[in-house]
Design a binder for this molecule. Structure first.
Ligand SMILES: *Cc1c(COP(=O)(O)O)cnc(C)c1O
Length: 486
């Protein structure tokens, strides 16, 4: 957000200005220098900015004010579940009994932490309907990869070395084909039908005795619930393949439907999305995987088990694919997810899905007045609009996203999924009030009006931000992260 009184100046250095005053040094430096190899002794001063403490404060406070997060405003970034992260999670994650644990401590000495992880594991089993859960994977994509390794180990244990293909719908999240490839499989695409759901005929065409698994995102990236899951399960299981559930979108079905009950063999969850771990700044995340009885023997080890009254790490798992993360995994995120589950309770988690779906449908029905809605059935927790009507008037989806910045909103996900032209993918989440939803709807409708009446204002947006349109590729690929004197 622009602050006219505080322009973005990075170069604040003035020769001789300092932010400290130190007492005279009482270590004889001449002696020290004699001891040190000459190559370690600095000949010229370090090229650091010379600034006062007040200027440092203003510089960093100014930068932090320009940062945008869920705590500063509405963040409807589709597929990312940018819901509010309750602050009680932070209090619990900072409790010294948890935050002061050293990763080398023996389990006997940290039974409280072990119990928390065990309880979280048990809760996730209940929520997903799976037989076993491993908390280890560090993110959703890592969970996908972990589960695919288990599926391969399962096939190989059956002497089945021919299953080299993983089927991924064209409406899947991009990490699915990527994980399949990284896990050494060939990823095969199955098409969507005109309702935006997996085309069963196409699935029958691609499935075979070389199929290792089908990876299904449900609700899919169009925000639509795959209704023919049982038929898909029959087709894939019938061919000897396994069914993988990308559960990153669990926010839409939690408490109502369980991948385990639908016949899935493996699932991953995103604790940093559905279970309120803060994210968006690059981590840490957590992507636990749940598996069926059949795959349980292949889980990453160690597995946390309860023996009488003791919680222990069980290493004696001869078929395990091995460790996928050192120490306990991203323990701080477990604590946040655990606190969230305990504070919400079963009824609360059900309400989460209800409101997430209600909010998305409310917004979708209001916005379809002005934007093309390619798939018209009710959506789940998110929906995808097309900006093709606006494109005909010379305004692209990118321009609409940039115009939203002028109204202090984080834009939705754009140009994804790929099967919708000029896509705008919107996920309001359950934590937003009706006033916030209405505010965003009004703004989107106003922008649609501007496109018709005064397209230039949208084409040239943003007008009120500190930085205008930047070269996003270079900014991501070649970021300047260190101070350099100019
Ligand atoms: C976010 C997401 C992923 C990937 O999760 P990461 O934690 O970013 O690796 C996978 N699938 C879906 C549907 C997602 O929304």
């Amino acid at each position: 957000m622009a602050n006219e009184n505080f322009p973005l100046i990075f170069e604040r250095s003035k020769k001789g200005r300092t932010s400290y005053s130190l007492p005279e040094m009482d270590v004889p430096t001449v002696e020290l220098e004699k001891e040190l190899d000459d190559s370690y002794i600095r000949k010229t001063p370090a090229d650091l900015p010379e600034v006062s403490e007040l200027e440092i404060m203003r510089h960093y406070t100014g930068l932090s004010n320009r940062n945008y997060g869920v705590d500063s405003g509405f963040y409807p970034l589709g597929s990312c579940t940018m819901k509010y992260n309750p602050k009680i999670n932070e209090d619990v994650a900072r409790m010294p009994g948890f935050s002061h644990i050293h990763p080398h401590q023996e389990p006997e000495g940290v039974q409280g932490a072990m119990e928390m992880m065990y309880d979280l594991q048990e809760s996730l089993k209940e929520i997903t309907g799976m037989a076993e859960v491993s908390l280890q994977p560090a993110a959703g994509a890592h969970g996908e990869w972990t589960a695919l390794l288990m599926i391969r180990a399962f096939h190989e244990a059956n002497g089945d070395f021919n299953r080299k293909k993983v089927i991924v719908p064209d409406s899947a999240h991009g990490t699915n084909p990527a994980s399949a490839t990284v896990a050494g499989f060939e990823s095969v695409t199955v098409k969507s039908n005109d309702k935006g759901l997996v085309d069963l005929e196409d699935l029958k065409r691609v499935v075979g005795d070389d199929t290792a698994a089908l990876m299904l995102t449900n609700p899919n990236t169009l925000g639509l619930f795959e209704t023919e899951i049982l038929e898909m399960a029959e087709i894939v299981h019938g061919a000897g393949g396994k069914l993988y559930y990308d559960g990153a979108n669990l926010n839409a079905i939690m408490g109502y439907a369980r991948p385990g009950d639908m016949g899935f063999d493996a699932v991953h969850l995103n604790l940093h999305k559905t279970f309120t771990g803060p994210h968006g700044g690059g981590g840490p995340g957590s992507g636990p995987v749940g598996v069926s009885e059949e795959l349980a023997a292949f889980m990453p080890k160690p597995v946390i088990v309860k023996n009488d009254d003791q919680y222990v790490f069980e290493y004696d798992r001869p078929k395990s694919i091995g460790r996928v993360k050192p120490y306990y995994g991203n323990f701080g995120i477990y604590l946040r997810a655990y606190t969230y589950i305990r504070t919400m309770g079963a009824e609360g988690l059900k309400k989460v899905s209800e409101y997430a779906v209600l909010n998305a449908n409310y917004m979708m029905r209001k916005l379809e007045q002005a934007y093309v809605l390619p798939y018209t059935q009710h959506c789940m927790h998110e929906f995808v609009l097309s900006g093709k009507k606006q494109k005909k008037l010379g305004v692209r989806t990118l321009d609409i996203a940039k115009r939203l910045l002028d109204f202090d909103y984080h834009p939705p996900t754009i140009y994804f999924p790929l099967n919708v032209e000029e896509a705008l993918m919107i996920e309001p989440t359950e934590t937003e009030s009706k006033e916030t939803l209405d505010g965003f709807i009004d703004t989107m409708l106003q922008i649609a009006k501007e496109v018709e009446e005064d397209p230039e204002i949208v084409q040239e947006a943003p007008h009120h931000t500190v930085v205008k349109r930047m070269d996003e590729t270079t900014a991501a690929r070649k970021p300047i992260l260190r101070y350099k004197k100019i």
